[in-house]
Design a protein around this ligand. Structure first.
Ligand code: SAH
Length: 378
């Protein structure tokens, strides 16, 4: 494959394959893990499986010869691999990172040193919006005093007019997390807007937002089609993030109840509902398991959608689902191993009808899968 730092960078695992061979190996993995529940449909491939990542974060480092580099940590280490051209990251985001890197010497910013915990510039994070073309630039710094900040913002926005906001985020702790808890300053907006399936979303630096927007539309549309929603339906969206699934399907049903444990994500979700004039979705800030044992409504649930993190759903949650007995369940999973475990737990109450993988993360180890389950008549 064409990536010069493949094998060092740790981002992609399959650049040595061509795309059909990559898809085939993912398909085989899924057949093995999930084929006993139902035949696994062909993975929905990406038309052009490159430059899809809309959130790009580069660590800034300096070589022994004093050259400033940007890139990723080598797998399982804190050594930085310089990445000049990545095949899966958004092109505009990469150009912005290059421009920032070139500007660093003229502002005499020091590069953050992890061991000494000193220095200014630590990470460059860029989020881009596929539909609106907007970009948000976040400079993660290790110190509070940033000389020439206003001039830097002017210069970078002149070079890249797509940038709608520049955020300086302070992260002076010894941590592998990119963003620190505090924003030192914001020039312009602290968020960008993007659109999925005709709905608009506000996304801030730290928001969870699917990284491959083109395939996210494929994923959500497939989930909505498989759910065969009806105008009278009551739907639950559990693990709802900033509300993207709930708001994408709200027009098709009577009422959606969504639950998410991250408070900031719930705030974004409520904002996004208003932004799209949607009034039939209620968002709850709670642990999904606690919430499902004390449902705040009485109507029978027609369809339950879950989209948990890699760890999957916890067993107590799934036991409650069996008691709740929704007619249909859509399980959106980013980890086929935990999906296998959870389908087993559900298999005495539900029949698995469809397993549909979607290639959300081309060239990487990750794969997304939708399972449609139907309640067994008991
Ligand atoms: N459906 C959304 C988000 C999926 S990511 C989308 O497509 O964008 C999984 C989400 O589950 C994250 O937002 C995470 O904060 C949330 N989450 C993790 N554990 C949870 C729990 N125990 N209860 C509720 N939400 C949880």
């Amino acid at each position: 494959m064409k990536c010069p730092v493949f094998r060092h960078c740790g981002g992609c695992s399959y650049q040595h394959h061509d795309y059909p061979a990559y898809l085939n190996s993912q398909q085989q993995k899924l057949n093995q893990l999930l084929g006993s529940f139902a035949p696994v449909r062909n993975i929905l491939a990406m038309a052009e499986p490159f430059y899809y990542r809309n959130k790009v974060q580069a660590v800034v480092s300096v070589t022994p010869k004093g050259q400033i580099i940007t890139g990723n940590y080598k797998e399982q280490s804190h050594q930085v691999v310089s990445v000049d051209h990545c095949l899966i990251e958004d092109r505009l985001a990469q150009e912005i990172i290059h421009s920032v890197r070139k500007l660093i010497p003229s502002f005499k910013w020091t590069v953050y040193d992890e061991d000494w915990q000193k220095g200014i510039i630590r990470h460059i994070l860029v989020r881009t919006a596929h539909k609106t073309g907007e970009a948000l630039l976040v400079i993660v710094v290790g110190e509070k005093i940033i000389p020439g900040k206003a001039n830097f913002v002017k210069a970078i926005r002149q070079k890249h007019p797509e940038i709608v906001g520049v955020v300086f985020n302070l992260n002076d702790r010894k941590t592998s997390q990119v963003l620190g808890p505090r924003e030192l300053s914001v020039s312009g907006r602290n968020h960008l807007y993007d659109e999925l399936l005709g709905k608009r979303y506000r996304i801030t630096a730290g928001s969870f937002y699917q990284v491959n927007p083109r395939q996210t539309e494929v994923l959500y549309q497939t989930a909505i089609d498989l759910a065969e929603l009806k105008p009278q339906d009551i739907v639950i969206d559990a693990y709802s993030g900033i509300g993207t699934i709930a708001l994408s399907l709200a027009d098709h049903v009577r009422q959606v109840y969504a639950v998410e444990s991250n408070r900031d994500a719930v705030k974004d979700a409520i904002f996004n509902a208003k932004l799209n004039n949607i009034s039939n979705v209620r968002f709850y800030s709670a642990d999904a398991t606690d919430w499902i044992y004390q449902l705040p409504f009485n109507e029978p649930v027609d369809c339950l959608i879950v989209d948990p993190p890699r760890a999957g759903c916890d067993e107590t949650f799934l036991q409650a689902v069996k008691t709740l007995q929704p007619e249909r369940m859509i399980y959106v999973s980013c980890n086929p191993e935990t999906l296998q475990r959870d389908l087993k737990i559900l298999s005495d109450a539900f029949r698995v009808e469809v397993i549909q993988p979607v290639d959300m993360f081309p060239w990487t180890d990750h794969v997304e899968t939708i399972a449609l389950l139907q309640r067994e008549i008991s």
